[in-house]
Design a protein around this ligand. Structure first.
Ligand code: ADP
Length: 514
């Protein structure tokens, strides 16, 4: 289907490119991790609970079944919400120091088991093992960071306008938080939310993505080993079919005070609507469409290395991945040439568990179809394939570099979530900023320049929540992760992340005698 929609010249060009092996599809790979970390039941109120039916978890590189996991429905979701609500009344009274110690123990256990936890990520999400290890370090870092932040939730004492009154602002945990997470960071997207929630004194019910429940359940096992009390951290895995009914409980049950979601903008809007029925507090980390702008003054080594990191991490499946490459005329040809060479030299497709692999499969064939459509649509509108271009067996897609791209092409209008670099040539700074801002989302943005005035102008002008200036990798627990426009609400990480799980209580202490 993909080749049929590509013009004849592009098809001929395709034949000249070296064939890439999709050998991973035809070999068998064994997930070999310590037995206690391979959990398949739901984790509710400190107990492992079986649901009536089960759903398969597949290795996206081979399509083979890794495990069958309990398929929770609304009944299990309600059970988990009730457990979290009961636990909240005791957990909120545990001292901040004790909560900090428990989060620290959980951090130590993640660090101790990071190799096995990384294998789980690689097998269920397809991520190259080196990157999965990186995710585990990142995932654990949120437990460490918020174990420290737990002890620094300060209120305010405010000068009063009356001599017989004192004004205090207390910060208190909001209550039960429903946490709904995606498959692209099966571990880190959970800890980034849960560590902040538990540090604040909230309890949680986690619904992991249907493609990647194993990492979430391994976190539950380690939470128990760390001594997190029953009901504080609950996990209800479910299939795609059960997701809407489980989601409805998690987003509309009156005992839930807060929802925190990472995923697509479309799903975020559905969840926000459900949460509106009982006026819940909401944090949303939604889709991006990151511009990557290379100005004439850029350091080419820095820009090319950053493009490789920012585009090809997790095969292009991160919400902060560069999506639209805008390159100024003076350096356009040089950047294209250097990036194409780097792609040829550094990128290797294969099963994530093989040491040489840098590019795993996309999460499923729907994801690969979407990227293939963006490539074929761009080519049919006049884009030139400089490298790659093919959709391979299973859900593998060749890392692809396109030039002569225009703003009207699909790849410049929609988030790709795959290994595609579409390059648009521009002449002026104003033109680049206008193209970058002409969209309804704004998560991350990157630009490359050695001109300090231009750096300030562009950093301030880009309509995004996070800017990488001469840098393609931003994520760290110390930074505030979040977007503007339809990319979301609130931030995760940093000293502000914990505030998403706190509310102010204004206490007016009256009748005081001088
Ligand atoms: P994708 O299309 O990549 O699966 P989504 O944004 O739909 O991205 O998925 C992110 C998370 O949101 C997953 O855990 C998914 O199961 C969940 N999700 C999707 N639809 C709903 C829903 N109606 N209620 C609750 N969770 C949902």
């Amino acid at each position: 289907m993909f080749l049929q929609s590509v013009p004849r010249t592009a098809r001929l060009l395709r034949l000249l490119l070296p064939a890439l092996p999709a050998a991973a599809m035809h070999r068998s790979y064994t997930l070999d991790v310590a037995a206690p970390l391979l959990r398949t039941q739901a984790f509710i109120d400190g107990r492992w609970v079986s649901a009536e039916s089960h759903f398969p978890v597949l290795d996206p590189a081979t399509g083979s079944e890794l495990a069958r996991v309990s398929d929770c429905g609304p009944a299990e979701a309600k059970q988990a919400v009730d457990a979290a609500y009961r636990a909240f009344h005791t957990w909120k009274r545990v001292t901040a120091k004790e909560r900090s110690h428990l989060l620290r123990k959980w951090f130590d256990l993640l660090t101790e088991h990071k190799e096995d936890l990384a294998k789980l990520i690689t097998f269920e999400a397809g991520k190259p093992l080196r990157e999965s290890l990186g995710e585990m370090v990142y995932s654990a870092s949120f437990l460490e960071w918020f174990s420290e932040e737990a002890r620094r939730v300060y209120g305010d004492i405010v000068p009063s306008p009356a001599t017989d009154r004192k004004i205090l602002l207390l910060k208190q945990p909001v209550g039960v938080a429903s946490i709904i997470t995606p498959w692209n960071f099966p571990s880190a997207m959970i800890t980034r939310k849960v560590a902040a929630a538990l540090a604040a004194g909230c309890t949680v019910v986690v619904k992991p993505a249907e493609d990647t429940p194993l990492s979430a359940l391994a976190l539950a096992e380690l939470s128990q080993q760390a001594g997190i009390p029953p009901g504080v951290f609950n996990v209800v895995p479910c299939s795609r079919a059960q997701t809407p009914s489980v989601g409805e409980v998690l987003c509309s049950d009156p005992l839930v005070a807060k929802i925190s979601f990472t995923g697509s903008t479309a799903t975020g809007k559905v969840l926000l609507k459900m949460a509106a029925s009982t006026v819940k507090k909401a944090s949303m980390e939604l889709g991006g469409h990151a511009p990557f702008i290379v100005f004439d003054s850029a350091d080419m080594d820095v820009a090319v290395a950053a493009a490789m990191n920012s585009k090809f991490r997790n095969s292009g499946q991160t919400c902060v991945c560069s999506n639209r490459f805008l390159v100024q005329s003076g350096v356009h040809d040089l950047f294209v040439d250097r990036l194409s060479k780097a792609m040829g030299a550094e990128l290797r497709l294969g099963h994530g568990s093989e040491a040489a692999t840098t590019q795993g499969p996309l999460i499923n064939s729907r994801a690969a179809d979407k990227v293939a459509l963006q490539i074929s649509e761009a080519v049919s509108q006049g884009a030139r394939v400089v490298r790659g271009g093919r959709r391979l067996d299973g859900s593998f897609v060749e890392p692809t570099l396109l030039t002569q791209v225009t703003p009207s092409m699909l790849c410049m209008k929609e988030e790709t979530f795959g290994p595609l670099v579409p390059i648009l040539r521009f002449d002026s700074e104003d033109e680049a900023v206008a193209i970058a801002n002409a969209c309804d989302v704004g998560l991350a943005g990157y630009f490359f320049s050695q001109d300090p005035s231009q750096i300030w102008r562009v950093a301030e002008a880009l309509e995004v929540g996070m800017v990488g200036v001469n840098e393609g990798l931003l994520s760290t627990p110390e930074g505030a992760f979040g977007g503007v426009k339809q990319s979301g609400l609130g931030v995760e990480g940093s000293k502000y992340g914990i505030h998403e799980y706190l509310q102010h209580k204004y206490m007016c202490f009256g009748g005081l005698k001088a």
